[in-house]
Design a protein around this ligand. Structure first.
Ligand SMILES: *[C@@H]1O[C@H](CO)[C@@H](O)[C@H](O)[C@H]1NC(C)=O
Ligand SMILES: *[C@@H]1O[C@H](CO)[C@@H](O)[C@H](O)[C@H]1NC(C)=O
Ligand SMILES: *[C@@H]1O[C@H](CO)[C@@H](O)[C@H](O)[C@H]1NC(C)=O
Ligand SMILES: *[C@@H]1O[C@H](CO)[C@@H](O)[C@H](O)[C@H]1NC(C)=O
Ligand SMILES: *[C@@H]1O[C@H](CO)[C@@H](O)[C@H](O)[C@H]1NC(C)=O
Ligand SMILES: *[C@@H]1O[C@H](CO)[C@@H](O)[C@H](O)[C@H]1NC(C)=O
Ligand SMILES: *[C@@H]1O[C@H](CO)[C@@H](O)[C@H](O)[C@H]1NC(C)=O
Ligand SMILES: *[C@@H]1O[C@H](CO)[C@@H](O)[C@H](O)[C@H]1NC(C)=O
Length: 891
């Protein structure tokens, strides 16, 4: 109960008293607690003392070396290889601090490390306090009796992560734990699966090898006399038979001694308050309370982006002992339910696989998230926010935090909560087998407990998933494991992901589903002993699908899956992104630099082969233009490929064809980049949108027309993620490549399109359509189409090519001119074109910002787009920097 009418409640560490039970206005625990930050400037030395320099904490060795001018930008040219030595050396971080008498007379003083990367021995005043081996957990130690008057020295000695991984590999002599080493093309380090560290830091097929070392999060001392709140979590749970919400609140508390007290939980906006008599036992304990929401019918629900708002409630937690405030904190609460529905479907073998949020089936639209920087200390809140805003601005409602990176920082999930981005959260295991020695399991257990406790209050996280592709790796034998040894690996798999990770998650969090792997057959995999014969089976679970050889314009090449959690194509980033990390001699598609940055075997060739299926490849005699045109054509290819595939998934949501369909998710690989290099991303390192991201703005639109051919018949589907039903007709406009005036326009009869469905609303054989339109053939004409109802156009205008643009007859250089203007709302670019121009691409070089639309088909004489600059610029600067490229300009 909150003390009322009694002003005796005084708080020591803050200079005022509590009156009349007013709990709001406090933000921290107040048990005369003292926090001393040990972040800031430390000293950094290497193994033999030849390097010694100041280093920022939080930070890492690479960042410190760069900040002190000891090395260049690690991302520059071939520096990932030049600086390989850094990860082979041992590094020591040292700081000295004074511990006041006041601090040392506290009952308890904890030394807290929020993140240690990775294998280190921690010394305080020449005494070893701990050894660390896991980047993904926090460490804290009781140090009161080790502190002394005057200077105290704190030293963290790191062992080379590469050396450690290889030693652990050697110690694991009974059998190998593949993949041992990454492919040569990745220029990476070996045995990353033996160290609990960002798996992609030893290299990936889209990223460099920078095995970091350092204190990557804050370090501090926490001193207190009574107790210390380590973590508060609040998880709303809904009882549907009672139509009642309750909030499960957990307080992770470190108490000096047995402490009796009263805990008051309240959510003022919901008129809900409850008081509990409680006893905190000495040491670290988890204390659970349930706040019943008696006004459940008033609860406003959290919805994914595009489906509603994200209303937030505020939980206040107060703890009192003998009238003294011993604990005081707040937590945000968002109410939502999530179910992963796996049940039989009519006319289809297998099981459904979709998410129901607040009882409503929701199609997941989005992408996959990878670490946004090799050096996490250099990832700013602004960059994080901009990337997530970019996702939302492309109508995404979901991101998968992929299992080869890091559990993201709190801010990431808070922004996702606020923006309505659903997060599919992997545990950090990817594309490998893992050891299951006792100490490995123990450190993983602690990691999982801590991460689930830290993250479970976030409504954005809708599912936990044990690993990335490890079920598939085992099932389809990526690592050539002899049949006789298979049971051994299966046992390890089940031990790690099922018996440990799954068990912990289910114990800690009943508010969202757990999946063991991705891709997986889900419930069917479980039936088959957790590793299905074919985890890619489209009748079950989710799939990952990649093919660079098959024609991506042909939807028949894509699996009609229940849920596409990965698929994609590579492209190169723009020249302005590459320029700062390269020099003139690098600027050709055949340079050493260009092949060095490509970490996917044959990736550069695959992009051109795929592009060459439909486009003339750039062949300018000007080398630089040929290079930038080639970057452009890879982006055109990628945008068109991912568009085709995503549209196929979205239009497959309401159908079962040959036993397959009911697709309920499209998360392409991948949203963001870790450096300036070719990859599957739709956003370049630095935040610039690739053509794909502009395309995503359309292909993820809430209402979308999708056109495709089946057996020479043109179909147009209307896809709608809206809650309400629509009545839509398709409007098809036929253009000749030679003429900006349409040849003819066709309209279908309006048909009902229920909310949350895809429906065929137009069907006509292409030959008949063209014949009815007069002087058109597949080679001379193309189509645009949109949806409309009585109130006008619904959703974006889409297009359909009747032949490959390389075969098109009459496609001309459009000679587009552009004029930049400034008005009250910002900058605009007005384009004039002399002919139909596909894939019109505006680029303002290194002026950061984005266009309202880009990469579009220009089938009108004029078009105006706006440009939002992310720093001050001018009409003159924009005009100077602006280039306009369309398909016919590159050959
Ligand atoms: C110290 O270590 C660095 C980095 O490993 C190495 O380059 C250097 O030669 C070593 N110096 C001595 C004196 O051993
Ligand atoms: C790093 O420390 C390990 C363990 O003490 C040692 O074996 C190794 O030689 C050291 N490496 C360097 C470069 O100092
Ligand atoms: C919902 O409440 C009813 C009645 O108290 C109880 O029997 C049931 O177990 C609850 N369901 C859940 C899922 O908690
Ligand atoms: C709210 O509901 C709980 C559990 O149903 C009940 O114990 C409590 O008395 C109710 N509180 C109020 C203020 O109605
Ligand atoms: C490219 O790299 C190779 C191998 O490192 C080297 O022999 C060659 O000189 C380099 N070429 C250029 C143009 O730098
Ligand atoms: C664009 O300019 C070129 C060169 O002047 C000219 O040959 C071509 O016809 C122009 N294109 C159009 C569509 O007018
Ligand atoms: C296109 O822009 C030109 C030049 O500003 C103008 O003369 C013309 O009327 C515009 N055409 C259309 C269809 O808006
Ligand atoms: C470039 O390719 C086009 C299309 O194949 C061809 O017409 C043109 O002559 C080529 N130009 C050069 C400079 O090779």
């Amino acid at each position: 109960m909150t003390p009322r009418g009694n002003s005796r409640v005084c708080v020591f560490a803050v200079s005022f008293c509590l009156f009349s039970g007013v709990l709001t206005g406090f933000s921290s625990v107040t048990d005369r607690r003292q926090t001393v930050s040990l972040s800031g400037k430390w000293r950094l030395t290497n193994g033999n003392g030849s390097v010694s320099l100041p280093a920022e904490v939080p930070g890492c060795v690479h960042s410190a070396l760069q900040q002190q001018g000891y090395i260049q930008d690690p991302y520059f040219r071939f520096n990932d290889v030049s600086y390989r030595w850094i990860a082979f050396d041992n590094w020591t971080y040292t700081t000295t601090f004074t511990a006041s008498t006041q601090l040392r007379t506290k009952q308890k003083v904890q030394l807290v490390f929020d993140g240690v990367d990775t294998v280190a021995t921690i010394w305080l005043n020449e005494i070893i306090v701990w050894k660390t081996d896991n980047m993904f957990r926090t460490y804290d130690f009781s140090v009161r009796d080790l502190l002394k008057d005057g200077d105290n020295e704190l030293r963290v000695s790191f062992l080379s992560p590469v050396l450690y991984a290889s030693e652990r590999r050697k110690a694991h002599s009974a059998y190998r734990v593949p993949p041992e080493c990454p492919p040569d093309v990745q220029k990476g380090e070996c045995h990353v699966n033996f160290i609990r560290k960002e798996q992609s830091s030893f290299s990936w097929d889209w990223g460099p090898s920078f095995p970091t070392t350092g204190l990557w999060k804050d370090v501090r001392l926490e001193a207190f006399d009574v107790l210390q709140l380590l973590q508060v979590s609040s998880v709303p749970l809904y009882n549907s038979s009672l139509s009642q919400w309750r909030v499960q609140v957990e307080l992770l508390v470190d108490a000096v001694q047995t402490t009796n007290g009263r805990i008051t939980l309240s959510i003022a906006e919901l008129d809900s308050e409850q008081t509990f008599q409680t006893q905190f036992l000495p040491g670290k304990t988890k204390n659970s309370f349930t706040l019943h929401i008696n006004t459940s019918s008033q609860v406003k629900l959290w919805w994914p982006n595009g489906h509603g708002d994200q209303p937030v409630y505020h939980l206040a937690v107060g703890g009192f002992q003998d009238g003294f405030l011993i604990l005081n904190t707040k937590s945000k609460v968002y109410f939502r339910t999530v179910e992963l529905v796996q049940e039989p479907i009519v006319a289809s073998p297998g099981l459904s696989f979709y998410f129901r949020i607040n009882g409503k089936p929701v199609f997941l639209k989005g992408s996959n998230w990878i670490p946004a920087h090799s050096f996490q200390d250099q990832l700013t809140p602004a960059v994080l926010r901009n990337l997530l805003q970019s996702a939302v601005d492309a109508s995404m409602n979901a991101l998968r935090v992929w299992g080869g990176g890091v559990y993201e920082q709190d801010l990431f999930y808070s922004i996702c909560d606020e923006m309505g981005i659903m997060v599919w959260q992997d545990f950090m295991f990817a594309c490998a087998m893992y050891p299951t020695e006792d100490d490995f399991i123990q450190t993983v257990r602690e990691e999982v407990i801590q991460q689930v406790q830290r993250l479970k209050s976030h409504p954005s996280i809708i599912i936990w998933s044990g690993n990335n592709e490890n079920e598939a790796a085992l099932a389809t034998d990526w690592f050539s494991i002899p049949v006789s040894q298979r049971p051994l690996y299966l046992k390890d798999y089940v031990t790690l992901y099922v018996n440990n990770i799954r068990a912990i998650v289910q114990e800690e969090d009943q508010s969202r589903p757990f999946l063991v792997s991705s891709p997986t057959n889900g419930a069917e995999s479980e039936q088959e002993g957790w590793v299905a014969a074919n985890p890619y089976d489209p009748h079950y679970g989710d799939t990952h699908f990649y093919s660079y050889i098959l024609d991506c314009w042909d939807w028949r090449n894509f699996p009609r899956t229940r849920f596409a959690s990965e698929y994609g194509f590579q492209s190169w980033p723009s020249f302005s992104t590459l320029q700062p990390v390269s020099i003139k001699e690098d600027w050709s598609y055949t340079s050493n630099f260009t092949s060095h940055r490509q970490h996917h075997e044959n990736g550069n060739q695959q992009m051109l082969l795929q592009a060459g299926l439909h486009f003339h490849l750039p062949n300018s005699t000007d080398n630089l233009k040929r290079f930038t045109d080639t970057l452009y054509i890879t982006q055109v290819m990628q945008a068109q490929c991912v568009k085709t595939q995503t549209e196929f998934y979205r239009r497959s949501q309401s159908e079962i064809i040959e036993g397959k369909g009911h697709t309920m998710g499209a998360l392409y690989w991948q949203l963001n980049d870790i450096w300036q290099a070719p990859s599957w991303s739709s956003i370049e390192f630095g935040g610039k949108w690739k053509m794909l991201h502009y395309f995503a703005q359309s292909f993820f639109a809430a209402v979308l027309p999708v056109g495709f051919e089946d057996d020479d018949t043109l179909f147009i589907y209307a896809v709608s993620d809206l809650s309400r039903d629509l009545k839509l007709r398709a409007v098809v406009t036929v253009y000749s490549w030679t003429d900006l005036d349409p040849v003819c326009t066709l309209k279908s009869d309006p048909l009902p399109v229920p909310g949350g469905s895809a429906a065929a609303i137009f069907k006509q054989p292409v030959a008949a359509l063209l014949a009815g339109c007069g002087r058109c053939t597949r080679l001379t004409c193309l189509l645009t189409f949109h949806l409309e109802d009585s109130s006008g156009q619904q959703g974006p205008t889409n297009h359909h090519f009747l032949c490959s643009p390389k075969d098109a007859q009459g496609l001309q250089r459009p000679n587009i001119t552009a004029e930049v203007q400034e008005d009250k709302t910002g900058y605009t670019v007005t384009l004039h074109s002399a002919s139909v121009a596909p894939f019109v691409w505006l680029d303002v070089g290194n002026i950061p910002g984005r266009f309202s639309s880009n990469g579009f088909l220009m089938a009108s004489r004029n078009r105006t787009v706006s440009f939002t600059a992310w720093r001050p610029t001018s009409v003159a600067e924009l005009s100077r920097s602006l280039t306009v490229t369309s398909l016919r300009d590159v050959y």
